[in-house]
Design a protein around this ligand. Structure first.
Ligand code: PMT
Length: 395
């Protein structure tokens, strides 16, 4: 979303300026062309050299710094910007922006900006909660600016409460959210992710190496695109996507009861979880001792959640996944038909860059009408967006 885009990073004077350095690094890592504009006060906290080195561009903090293009730089930068992010945004800067005051380089640039503006307030809790700041934030929202809600916690001034600049990775997440088209607005999307764990005794279980990355990427992408997302997740170490209802489960039986409870309100159901097909017939009440040389665990079938969804579905889009080590097309299309799906994502597993635990994936989409589409290897986030694009086409 920001690859090769012009981003202006506005930095105003607060203790959180050190986080803007990391934010700049993340923006550059995403391929953005970032220009930094600092207020004079911001320079007390971190020097412009740091921002210049990371952005590889001159930093602007003064419209009248004697350089030949200085007096028109704010207009050029404003016109060329695809997005402006102000982090941290002090109470003073929010007040100026809300009232159209342009008395320094950054506030002057902001008057000329026509692209999306993302403001990240950061200040002492009382300053943040003051009627003036809240009034200014409301006005800025009405003006069409996006506001990243500050985190709550201990602040540098010794108080505790809302006002902390979110971590740079979280600001990036919200930048992607704000910049995404809201083509799934009003849609309820139900996603399953991760493995299930089927217990043999209280300390041992049968499972698989699913990390949850694919399902979490789908939930995150759907949230970016405006959907109301419920994520039913097997055990995973991943940080849950923001603004998503996450329901944690452990076993296939638990997953099935949550999914069936939630299915009625879902417009789109995407089942990327790696559900254990079988569970032990008996779960021992206590740890099994290693008394015998061999051990047999009798297993019984788990509910096939996807099959059952296919039977019950009404006017809903149902997408399954098929993790296969061979004969991808044959196995995936047979599941597509048997389970009454609209689409299935054939996923080659057992490849170092695809399947369980990887950041990238190699998938083929198979559709109900017999069409299929082979995707090149890509990040799971990109697979998630491609999948949602195809679902939207079908809707
Ligand atoms: O989590 P990651 O590390 O990112 O890995 C991603 C993934 C490889 C787990 C994912 O991309 C994937 O392929 N998920 C499906 C894994 C799987 O269980 O495939 P399957 O072919 O066994 O199952 C077919 C479909 O039926 C799946 O949609 C599955 O969710 C569903 N199913 C399976 C068994 C069962 N009892 N109930 C089900 O609903």
């Amino acid at each position: 979303m920001i690859h090769n885009k012009n981003v202006v990073l506005g930095v105003t004077g607060g203790i959180a300026v050190y986080k803007s350095v990391e934010l700049l690094r993340l923006l550059v890592k995403e391929g953005a062309n970032v220009r930094v504009m600092m207020t004079q006060n911001a320079k007390w906290f971190v020097g412009p050299m740091t921002f210049e080195a990371l952005s590889r561009q001159p930093v602007c903090s003064d419209l009248f710094d004697g350089k030949s293009d200085a007096s028109i730089r704010h207009i050029d930068w404003a016109e060329q910007a695809d997005v402006v992010v102000v982090a941290p945004a002090t109470a003073n800067m929010l007040g100026k922006l809300a009232h159209g005051i342009a008395d320094d380089a950054l506030s002057t640039l902001m008057m000329a900006v026509t692209c999306p503006v993302i403001l990240c307030p950061s200040m002492n809790t009382h300053m943040y909660e003051s009627p003036a700041t809240q009034r200014n934030l409301e006005r800025l929202k009405e003006d069409g600016h996006f506001i990243v809600t500050p985190d709550s916690g201990d602040l540098a001034c010794g108080t505790s409460g809302p006002g902390r600049l979110p971590e740079p990775a979280d600001i990036m997440d919200r930048i992607f959210h704000f910049l995404s088209p809201k083509d799934l607005a009003g849609k309820n999307v139900l996603v399953t992710a991760g493995p299930t764990q089927e217990f043999i005794d209280p300390v041992r279980f049968i499972s698989n190496p699913s990390s949850g990355k694919m399902g979490y990427a789908i939930a995150r992408a759907a949230e970016y695109r405006g959907a109301n997302v419920t994520l039913v997740s097997g055990p995973s170490h991943l940080v849950p996507p923001k603004n998503v209802e996450v329901i944690n489960v452990q076993t296939a039986v638990e997953m099935s009861s949550v999914v069936f409870e939630k299915m009625a309100s879902a417009h789109i159901i995407i089942k990327s979880a790696a559900v254990s097909d079988y569970r032990p017939v008996v779960t021992a009440a206590h740890k099994i001792k290693k008394e015998k040389d061999t051990m047999v665990v009798e297993m019984e079938k788990n509910p096939d959640i996807l099959f059952e969804l296919g039977q019950r579905k009404k006017d809903q889009i149902l997408v399954g996944f098929a993790a296969e080590t061979q004969e991808l097309q044959k196995n995936a299309t047979s599941k597509l038909e048997r389970k009454n799906l609209d689409m299935i994502v054939g996923n080659l597993v057992g490849d170092p860059n695809s399947g369980f635990g990887t950041d990238t994936n190699k998938v083929t989409f198979f559709f109900r009408d017999g069409a299929h589409e082979v995707l090149e290897e890509m990040e799971k986030d990109a697979v998630a967006h491609a999948l949602l694009d195809r679902v939207l086409n079908r809707i």
